[in-house]
Design a protein around this ligand. Structure first.
Ligand code: 5AD
Ligand code: SF4
Length: 465
């Protein structure tokens, strides 16, 4: 597709701004809003854009969804349970609305983009006023205007792959910000629905990204998290062949104290990127590198395009270049046909790599993906047993890997008060590990230097220096 077809035009942006003004002027428009977010960081950032647009339409945030005039569910469909939870909560709100008949309910995000979902909303969820997919986010003002004006249900699912720039953003935090560098995914891992619901891979212009980062730096943001389904393949199809390593190097030069990114695909993790990380001044020594399985046959069936050995090679290189790097991963157990021996290969990979953390999932069949057609679905009891063993092993290993930080100095960006103690705050260290130290509200959003003194339930404790 031509670049001008991908990037939403100025005219269209202006049109949407005009609709935002029209919504604002409607006499009975909602006065308050609440966004319910499911899923990944990408969705969390989309929700910040939704909030930004709604505030431009004159709405104010409402703490509780049941009190809001406009409630919007930004959904995820990567696993079935995320979807079930979202639909359950949408249905619950239908009951609440009996007491608050003017409430407007919207559902958006990945789930709406799933095949058949729009039809389901039209047939079975008639009480939902507005539903739209990920490709239509920037048209929220127009769609909301139509819904409010006509009183009819609006369902809008297009699968055009767009990049919408200059949307207003209401950020959740002042100290740390998300910055999307690319959208969509072209990998089609056989289990994954993301390429179907988020569309083809498309990268933002490097100049636009750098400008946004500079603005964040001027605003005093201390940490940026670069987002993309596969940041390592950033730049494909752009003039001048920019790549992630070069982009990261430029961003490092801006001077924002902390830069993180996710997610990476092992097959695209270049030596150049590792070198940029090693030489970087602000790039945090942490890496989220989903492995999914430790068995080569399963990796092949997953269409991951790397072997266990190649993955281990990437880990070794990262560790040589960035000593003490904090490594985390994603793992799926019970992919169709996975035998106990193949599962044991994943267990042994954990033993071999020793991650600082691992996100573990039971395989969930997603209609439309290649894996959903494969035979050999693993019975639930077997999957539950496998994931329990995997989590137990990871916890045991983590107790040991995190000990390496005891006695070292860490800088943490304080996120909030500690849940365990009123006189303590917690935040993430440079290696992405949680640290709790003595402190109070005034420390939130600050970077604190501390010495790590202990480890309690996978959380490090420290003393301020
Ligand atoms: N079933 C289980 N886990 C999945 N993931 C993606 N698709 C599925 C699925 N169908 C996991 C992968 C991915 C993470 C975001 O979610 O581990 O890295
Ligand atoms: Fe899904 Fe694979 Fe793309 Fe990640 S890289 S979003 S797992 S298809």
């Amino acid at each position: 597709m031509n670049r001008s077809e991908i990037v939403v035009s100025r005219e269209e942006q202006d049109r949407q701004r005009a609709f935002a003004e029209m919504v604002k002027a409607l006499p009975h428009r909602p006065g308050s809003y609440h966004v319910v977010t499911y899923g990944c960081q990408m969705n969390a950032h989309d929700s910040e854009k939704i909030a930004g647009m709604l505030e431009e339409m004159g709405m104010v945030p409402s703490e509780r969804r049941e009190d809001a005039d406009f409630v919007i569910f930004n959904t995820c469909c990567v696993r079935e349970n995320a979807e079930r939870r979202a639909l359950g909560n949408v249905t619950w709100l239908k009951e609440v609305r009996k007491q608050k008949p003017d409430m407007v309910i919207a559902v958006c995000g990945c789930m709406i983009q799933e095949p058949g979902m729009a039809e389901l909303i039209l047939k079975k969820y008639k009480f939902v006023n507005l539903a739209f997919g990920t490709a239509n986010l920037h048209k929220l003002p127009e769609m909301l205007y139509e819904t409010l004006n006509s009183g009819r249900q609006t369902v809008n699912v297009e699968d055009r792959d767009v990049i919408a720039e200059d949307l207003p953003i209401r950020r959740l935090r002042n100290d740390a910000a998300y910055l999307t560098i690319m959208y969509g995914c072209d990998n089609f891992c056989s289990y994954c629905i993301v390429p179907y619901v988020r569309g083809r891979e498309r990268s933002r212009d490097p100049e636009t990204i750098i400008r946004e980062a500079e603005k964040l730096a001027d605003a005093g943001v201390k940490e940026i998290m670069l987002l993309g389904q596969n940041v390592n393949s950033y730049g494909k199809g752009l003039p001048g062949n920019p790549n992630f390593a070069r982009l990261l190097k430029e961003l490092d030069g801006i001077g924002i104290p902390r830069i993180r990114f996710m997610t990476s695909h092992p097959k695209d993790l270049s030596d150049d990127l590792i070198d940029v990380m090693a030489a970087g001044r602000h790039i945090l020594p942490q890496f989220h590198l989903p492995v999914q399985s430790g068995n080569n046959e399963i990796l092949k069936k997953m269409k991951r395009h790397y072997t266990r050995e190649q993955y281990l090679d990437r880990v070794a290189r990262l560790r040589t270049a960035v000593p003490d790097i904090g490594l985390s991963t994603d793992i799926i157990v019970s992919f169709p046909g996975e035998t106990e021996e193949q599962f044991q290969d994943t267990m042994s990979l954990l033993n071999e790599v020793r991650f600082d953390s691992a996100f573990t999932f039971i395989y969930s069949p997603r209609t439309g993906t290649k894996a959903a057609e494969m035979e050999g679905l693993i019975p639930e009891e077997v999957s539950t047993d496998r994931i329990k063993r995997l989590i137990a092993l990871q916890e045991e290993l983590q107790q040991d890997t995190l000990k390496r930080f005891i006695g070292t100095e860490e800088e943490i960006l304080v996120e909030g008060l500690s849940r365990r103690s009123k006189q303590a705050v917690s935040g993430k260290g440079r290696h992405a590990v949680s640290v709790t130290v003595e402190g109070n509200e005034n420390d939130i959003g600050q970077i604190l230097k501390c010495r790590i003194t202990g480890l309690k339930n996978n959380t490090l404790t420290g003393e301020r220096i």
